[in-house]
Design a protein. Sequence first.
Length: 194
Amino acid sequence: MIKKMVTWVEKWAEHHHAKKALAVVAFTESSFFPIPPFVLIVAMLAIDKKHSWIRLALIGMISSVLGGVAAYFVGKFFYGYIGAPLVDFYGLTAEVEKLGTVFKDHVFMTIFIASLSPIPYKVFTLSAGLFSVNLLAFILASIVGRSIRFFVVAYLADRYGIHAKKFILEKQKLFTIFFVTAIIGFILYLFLRN
């Protein structure tokens, strides 16, 4: 099913509303959609070099941050109805519960790391609302982290085309291990420091 969804998202790269599709995918991926917007960015740049990789990165980043803010409010006001089933779908309920204590004291660093990691960003955006973390710190961390992520992917896609997709997918496991280790290390550091 995921492969079919990836193919469906990639087909939008050839559509005249591809940039709008990118905005929608980036926005929804921050709260519930399982396919990352990077798939569409790579496809768009592989098909048509007329696209500005900087503009695509900006569209993706802004839409992703706005989607993150929307997910924050879903987590804050509707977590029991919408957020909890989504987190449960991804099998991350226990992790979300542990995030509460970390979020309260270290909002910026937690969201910054989450924005860069391959771990679904939606888990952190919904959790941030659930734990009512500082909204300004949440937004600033999301802007910085998502900017880095979108600009790096868009640059690689512009420079290496379809080969960037293969590289990103092949290295996904390695990046996941690295970021999970970094997040666990950061959480352990916070708990052991007190």
